[in-house]
Design a protein around this ligand. Structure first.
Ligand code: KG4
Ligand code: ZN
Length: 338
C-alpha cells in the first residue's frame, strides 16, 4: 500500500511517500518569502504553495522511486491552518484522487503532529500524553489508544512558537524566531530576569504565553530600547541573557504542566511534538525529568518536528487501515479541532 501525503497548512509545502508504514521520501520546501515580514503572510503563503506544489510532489515521487500513477491513496491536511494555504494542497489531492480513482484521506494537522512520534522507533506506548507545541497551537492531549484523543488543555492566547516568533521580532532577530532564540539562549543566563510563569500551579492544563511576551516588551521599553528595531540591537551578552530568561520561563511552564498532567492521570509515557519540540532546552529539561526512571519521554527526529508531509502520510495510512475514506467534497476547516 503506497500513500502519497501532502501538507500545505501554513508556510511549508511538503509531500511524502509512505509504503506499508515505511517512509520512502519526505520533501519539505520552507517558504522564504515571509522572512522579511517577521511572520507568515497568508496571501503570500497560498501563492507560494501554488508555485511549489507540483515540483515538491514530483520530487517526493522521484526520491521514493514511484511513478505518478502508483499511489494507492492520497492523504492531505484539511485543517487547522490558513484557508488559502489549505485549499492549494486539498484541491491538488482531490484532483489526484479523482484522476487516479484512489481514496482521498483528509488528515487533521494536529493529529498528524502527535503521530510524528511514530515515524521512527522508539514509539510511545498507549496511553500516552502528547504536548503539541507549534507556531499556531499549544495543546496537551491524552491519547488513550490509536486515533483516540482527549484535549486536556490548550493556550488561552498565544501559542508557544508564536511567543518565540514575536519576541524574536521585538529583539530585532529574524523569522522564524524559535531556532534563533534557542541558539542565543545557550550562551545566556536564564536567571538574568525572572519573566512570569503564567498559569503555573493552576488546577487546569491551559497555557498562556502573552504575559511573558508583554513582559519582554516592557523590559525593552523600561531599559530604553525600541522593540522591532534591528538597528538598535541589545549588547550581545544582554541579548543572550534575555533570550535565555525568556526561554526558561516558557520551558518551565511547558515541562511543569506536562508532568502535573502525567501525575494527575497516572500516565508514564510522554510525547512532545510540533515545531517547538525541536527546542534544545525543552528536550533537555523533559529528558532530565525521566532520570528517576518513572517516565519515558519521546521526541520526533528534528526533521519531523516542524511541518512535514511524512506525518500526514502516516496518519493517512493509519486511518485507511481502519476503513476511513473521505468524500471528494471535503472542504478545508481553518479552525479544525482535535
Ligand atoms: O509545527 P510548526 O512547523 O508549524 C505550525 O504548525 O505552527 O512550528 C513552527 C514554530 C515556529 O513558531 C518556530 O519559531 C518554532 O516552531 N520553532 C522553535 C524551534 N524550531 C522551530 N521554537 C523554539 N525552539 C526551536 N528550536
Ligand atoms: Zn504544525
Amino acid at each position: 500500500m503506497t500513500i502519497l501525503g501532502i501538507e500545505t497548512s501554513c508556510d511549508e509545502t511538503s509531500a511524502a511517500v509512505l509504503r506499508d508504514g515505511t517512509l520512502l521520501s519526505n520533501i519539505v520546501s520552507s517558504q522564504m518569502v515571509h522572512q522579511k515580514y517577521g511572520g507568515v503572510v497568508p496571501e503570500l503563503a497560498s501563492r507560494a504553495h501554488q508555485l511549489l506544489i507540483v515540483p515538491v510532489v514530483t520530487e517526493a515521487l522521484q526520491v521514493a522511486g514511484v511513478s505518478k500513477g502508483d499511489p494507492d491513496a492520497v492523504a492531505v491536511t484539511y485543517g487547522p491552518g490558513l484557508m488559502g494555504a489549505l485549499l492549494v494542497g486539498l484541491n491538488f489531492a482531490k484532483a489526484l484522487a479523482y484522476g487516479l480513482n484512489i481514496p482521498l484521506i483528509g488528515v487533521n494537522h494536529m493529529q498528524a503532529h502527535i503521530y510524528s512520534n511514530f515515524i521512527d522507533d522508539p514509539r510511545p506506548q498507549y496511553p500516552f500524553l502528547c504536548l503539541i507545541v507549534s507556531g499556531g497551537h499549544t495543546q496537551l492531549v491524552l491519547v488513550r489508544e490509536l486515533l483516540q484523543h482527549k484535549l486536556l488543555g490548550e493556550t488561552l492566547d498565544d501559542a508557544a512558537g508564536e511567543a518565540y516568533d514575536k519576541v524574536a521580532k521585538m529583539l530585532g532577530l529574524g523569522f522564524p524566531g524559535g531556532p534563533i532564540i534557542d541558539k542565543l539562549a545557550r550562551e545566556g543566563n536564564p536567571e538574568y530576569i525572572r519573566f512570569p510563569r503564567s498559569l503555573l500551579g493552576n488546577e487546569n492544563f491551559d497555557f498562556s504565553f502573552s504575559g511573558i511576551k508583554t513582559s519582554v516588551l516592557y523590559w525593552l521599553r523600561d531599559n530604553g530600547f525600541r522593540s522591532n528595531d534591528s538597528t538598535q540591537r541589545l549588547p550581545d551578552q544582554q541579548l543572550k541573557d534575555i533570550c535565555a530568561s525568556f526561554q526558561a520561563a516558557v520551558v518551565d511552564v511547558l515541562v511543569e504542566k506536562t508532568f502535573d498532567a502525567a501525575a494527575r492521570f497516572g500516565i508514564k509515557e510522554i510525547a512532545v511534538a510540533g515545531g517547538v519540540s525541536a527546542n534544545s532546552e525543552l528536550r533537555y529539561r523533559m529528558r532530565q525529568r525521566t532520570d528517576e526512571g518513572r517516565y519515558h519521554v519521546y521526541f520526533p527526529k528534528l526533521e519531523y518536528c516542524t511541518d512535514n508531509a511524512a506525518m500526514i502520510a502516516l496518519v493517512g495510512w493509519m486511518k485507511l487501515r481502519t476503513g476511513f475514506v473521505s468524500d471528494l467534497a471535503l472542504t478545508p476547516v481553518a479552525n479544525l479541532s482535535l
